[in-house]
Design a protein around this ligand. Structure first.
Ligand code: GDP
Ligand code: MN
Length: 385
């Protein structure tokens, strides 16, 4: 689960991590007033669920309130397309106005989960800022990584080692040690999958400060934090993803033309691989999970059909807990309701498979049944020609 920069900064601020003074605004008039409050000269920052805003024109230093207002009008009026949003871009509904800070040096700092060691790790570089991806490629030796032992936690000496590796000394070095320890506290207390501060800066006045912040909460821990659901900005999400979430379905958008309805993440991955091997391109996949009901399959099917990129549907379900006749009923119910004429290939196996196939063949839908994954994938690719 993602949150906006301004929310991430509020959270960091509450853990004594220095962030610039700022105000989030919903209208261009509010932006003007906030800019006045900051004394005219300030940073105006589009709040979207994506990075790369600086390079895409979503972050601007302005010199007086009217300029802030004009820039806000421009941002609210269009979608922001950055390297991370895809060509569609994201609509700007909130803007953060912050005091402008004189930057002496920019650093990169993050804490994230290292899947190999199953531990949190700190990643830091003295070459922070908007080109961190290029730094990671061209000079990986300038990126420092420290894996944290979950039992010992992060120790001061380890944090100091990072601060020294960043070239900090004196009081700024000690500020960095406290900042790192506090950052790790946030990580644990809030169940973060990622906290990224890029750039962390030393100001010309000699203070350490988080100029940008991205926080991702671990989706599996959302239930432990009652305040999280209210923090979501739905304007930043794919409407189909929101609908899928309501029915407890996992929907992932991709860029091809075949909609995929599967049960289980492993089977989903295998399905995508085999489709690719047969020359097909998945438009999405929807995982209905283990014990889906007829209603759930029907909802899943409708969600897939609402994706306008879908030209054909491939259902690949192993009926272990789920009965194949129930799946067939769900498909027929949904397809008839929305008058689906698209080609459908259903590969299912498991209990009541013969009955399921009979229901589908007699349904009058444009459907073919298949016994194996390879054959099913080939068929849907052929049907789309
Ligand atoms: P991102 O491009 O989406 O990561 O957005 P950032 O919040 O990182 O902003 C992009 C860049 O704007 C930063 O790397 C900074 O160089 C610059 N920036 C952000 N805030 C300030 C500020 O208060 N003063 C100055 N001088 N530059 C800033
Ligand atoms: Mn940034």
């Amino acid at each position: 689960m993602n949150i906006h920069e301004y929310q991430a900064k509020e959270l960091l601020g509450s853990y004594e991590i220095p962030v610039p003074r700022g105000r989030v605004c919903l209208t261009a008039d509010q932006v003007e007033r906030a800019a006045k409050m900051m004394g005219g000269r300030c940073m105006v920052k589009a709040q979207v669920y994506a990075g790369g805003r600086g390079k895409a024109g979503g972050v601007k230093l302005v010199h007086h309130p009217e300029q802030a207002q004009d820039f806000a009008k421009e941002l609210f009026g269009r979608k922001l397309v950055t390297k991370q949003t895809g060509p569609e871009g994201l609509r700007v509904r909130r803007i953060l106005v912050e005091e402008a800070v004189e930057i002496a040096k920019e650093f990169y700092l993050s804490i994230t989960l290292d899947r190999e060691s199953s531990r949190y790790c700190i990643i830091a570089s003295a070459q922070g800022g908007i080109d961190i991806e290029a730094v990671a490629q061209k000079s990986p030796e300038s990126i420092h990584v420290l894996t944290i032992d979950p039992f010992a936690g992060l120790r001061s000496f380890q944090a100091r080692k990072i601060a020294l590796a960043l070239g900090l000394s004196g009081s700024v070095c000690e500020d960095c040690v406290s900042l790192l320890l506090n950052l790790y506290k946030v990580c644990l207390a809030k169940d973060c999958a990622l906290i990224e501060i890029n750039p962390l800066v030393v100001t010309k006045a000699g203070w350490l400060m988080a100029m940008d912040a991205k926080i991702t909460f671990d989706d599996n821990a959302v239930f432990r934090h009652r305040e999280y659901p209210d923090m979501v900005d739905y304007s930043q999400l794919d409407p189909l993803e929101i609908t899928a979430g309501k029915y407890d379905l996992a929907y992932i958008k991709l860029d091809g033309s075949i909609g995929c309805l599967v049960n289980g993440a492993g089977l989903a991955m295998a399905t995508l691989d085999v489709l690719h091997e047969c020359g097909g391109r998945p438009a999405n996949f929807l995982d209905v999970g283990g014990g889906a009901t007829r209603e759930k399959v029907a909802e899943a099917f409708k969600i897939i059909l609402q994706d306008s990129d879908v030209q054909g549907i491939f259902v690949n379900i192993f009926g272990g807990i789920m009965r194949c006749d129930v799946i067939a009923q769900g498909i027929i119910e949904a397809a008839s309701e929305v008058r689906c004429t698209l080609p459908i290939v259903v590969r299912m196996d498991g209990s009541q498979v013969e009955e399921g196939k009979r229901l589908l063949t007699e349904s009058g839908l444009n459907v073919q049944c298949s016994d194996t994954l390879g054959d099913g994938a080939q068929r849907i690719v052929q049907m789309l020609g």
